[in-house]
Design a protein around this ligand. Structure first.
Ligand SMILES: C[S@@+](CC[C@H](N)C(=O)[O-])C[C@H]1O[C@@H](n2cnc3c(N)ncnc32)[C@H](O)[C@@H]1O
Length: 570
């Protein structure tokens, strides 16, 4: 019977453990219930919580979880017949059933099935009509390592109709069988926002990958050819861009080249997710995962990177472009003041011993609880407004370092740099500072102009936006140069008709490097490119620096606003 107590404790998250709901459940080693069962209970209950929160006889979270199971779970409450919670909820079963029917009729649903469909579509949420207008489609990338779009349309999406416009897909309910082929990214389909593909054989078998459109831009913009040799993904987990790169590389490979993707991931736990995703996508024959490996510590001139001609960088960022995912859990809790009787009490005077998981639970201060459902996006957590300026300095310092480090790989000819941030500092700011850096100038790097970008992205209309006053005063660019940089940068905005999250990507190129395939055979780098040695193992742990600016200042002096930080208390 720990199921409900454990679910309540996970939801209360008294210890403020970070990460998505799924990662918290799977990381917690002392759970008695299965993480999958807990996840199912919490996510299903959340769908019904706008209705069920009106139950006022139990502690808020327990009331929701138990009411859900007593009314809506096929097998009822998962407990022995004489368990205190089961008895408590069953005492109210008849009344709950009657209230539930009234709630259904009040909302205008004639049958339970119609009510269920509305819950699954999010229609029970307040402001649903408003949200519907700016909904985020379910983007599906067909994994061409194992299948084709044609095959998926004939099998996994058999019976789906092709929409004429994106707007039709965005407004459709979760049960509408509709798709829209994306005009910018090959092998990408937009499906209705609330569609649940997570249990389909195509998803669990790795034939389709749920990846936001914007997140497909970097690998596509890279436009990998067989001449590019191996490709590094410098910040890879959970691996959406890695497997996308692998699919593109495999396409080039079929024309005769032997190319690999080398995926760096500094966080070992996230590297575990990355490995699973790579295997699931059947990309393990192409991708080598470097688990726990810091890309900043990779020696550019090492033999293992001699054939690296392209580097994709999608480093940690503020995550300010991430949209509230449609599959996020939004739990509506009963009002705290409404808690009247509880089978186990949190009252100070109670003589009854508290269960440890209950004792940990802090009182719900809000009536809604928002939880990220899974880890398939990024590792970013929202930044508080008052900490934003500091975080942006820390993040952009790290981003600049990682980008210029990539520029120091002697045989690299292409780099993409992306973030899911909307901030100039992390985007056009980093790009400009990197372009003006000595490593870029000496290495002959320039930004990939719009006219030279791959089909599909050349025509993408959202471009970079310049913000004066955000770079240090010593950087002075004329208006033409600013406009040129912005035109080369690609942006995606959230809440638009295009159905993307907020995103930024730019690419860098250079021509004057030897053919990587030739270099790979002799293992030597071209003369003249050796001066830049990248960063050593002794450099600061940037991840810590990103998370804690106060205690771990950055060693590089190249950040524009760093001077302003001088003298700051550490
Ligand atoms: C924004 S996420 C990457 C998302 C990924 N590209 C995708 O599309 O699935 C950034 C990742 O980079 C990792 N990371 C940050 N700094 C790194 C470094 N110096 N070396 C290797 N990995 C790093 C973080 O742990 C995190 O998993």
């Amino acid at each position: 019977m720990s199921l409900y107590y454990e679910a309540a404790s996970v939801l209360a998250n008294a210890e403020n453990v970070g990460g998505s709901l799924k990662s918290r459940l799977y990381r917690q080693k002392d759970l008695k219930s299965s993480p999958a069962q807990l996840f199912a209970l919490i996510s299903e209950t959340s769908k019904w919580s706008p209705v069920l929160k009106d139950e006022r006889k139990l502690t808020p979270v327990l009331a929701l979880l138990l009411t859900h199971d007593v009314l809506l779970s096929k097998s009822g409450v998962a407990a022995n017949a004489n368990h205190v919670l089961k008895l408590a909820i069953h005492r109210h079963k008849a009344r709950l059933g009657a209230e539930f029917t009234k709630a259904r009729l009040r909302r205008g649903y004639a049958t339970l099935d119609a009510f269920r469909e509305a819950a699954n579509d999010g229609a029970l949420e307040e402001g649903h009509a408003e949200q519907k207008r700016s909904r985020h489609p379910r983007w599906v990338r067909v994994n061409t390592l194992v299948t084709t779009v044609e095959e998926q349309l004939a099998t996994s999406f058999a019976g789906y109709e092709k929409a004429d416009k994106m707007s039709q897909v965005m407004a459709a309910s979760g049960s509408t069988k509709l798709y829209f082929p994306d005009p910018n990214i090959p092998n990408l389909l937009a499906l209705p926002p609330k569609i649940d593909l997570s249990k389909t054989p195509a998803y669990t078998g790795g034939r389709i990958i749920l990846q936001d459109k914007a997140s497909c831009f970097p690998a596509h913009l890279m436009n990998v050819t067989r001449e590019d040799g191996d490709v590094i993904d410098g910040c890879a987990a959970p691996g959406n861009k890695t497997t996308h790169l692998a699919a593109i590389v495999s396409n080039a490979k079929s024309k005769g080249a032997r190319q690999h993707v080398i995926a760096f991931e500094r966080d070992k736990i996230r590297a575990g997710t990355l490995k699973k995703m790579v295997k699931l996508a059947s990309a393990d024959r192409i991708v080598t995962v470097k688990s726990g490996a810091d890309f900043l510590a990779a020696a550019p001139e090492a033999q293992e990177f001699a054939n690296v001609g392209a580097i994709l960088l999608d480093p940690s960022c503020s995550g300010s472009g991430i949209v509230g995912r449609d599959d996020a859990v939004r739990m509506h809790l009963p009002e705290q003041s409404a808690t009247t009787t509880t089978p186990t009490t949190n009252s100070k005077n109670s003589k009854k011993r508290k269960r440890p998981d209950e004792a940990k639970a802090k009182p719900e201060e809000t009536t809604t609880l928002n939880l990220a459902m899974d880890d398939t996006t990024a590792e970013e957590t929202p930044v508080l407004e008052d900490k934003l300026a500091e975080r942006l300095i820390a993040l952009s310092t790290f981003q600049f370092r990682i980008l210029t480090h990539a520029m120091s790989f002697p045989n690299a000819r292409k780099i993409t740099y992306s973030t899911c941030s909307i901030h100039f500092e992390e985007n056009e700011g980093v790009v400009t500072r990197a372009l003006l850096s000595s490593v870029a100038k000496e290495g002959g790097w320039s930004i990939l102009k719009r006219a030279d970008q791959v089909d599909g992205l050349k025509t993408w209309k959202r471009r970079g936006v310049w913000e004066d006053g955000k770079l240090e005063e010593t950087i002075s660019l004329d208006e033409d140069r600013k406009a040129e940089i912005c035109e080369a940068c690609i942006r995606c905005d959230k809440g638009t008709d295009e159905g993307t999250m907020g995103f930024f990507v730019a690419a860098f190129v250079r021509a004057a490097v030897p053919n990587p395939n030739v270099v790979a055979t002799n293992g030597h780098v071209a003369a003249g490119d050796e001066e830049w040695n990248g960063f050593s193992d002794d450099d600061v742990d940037t991840h810590r620096a990103v998370q804690d600016l106060e205690t771990s200042p950055h060693p590089t002096s190249e950040h524009p606003n760093k001077k302003k930080k001088k003298g700051k208390k550490k």
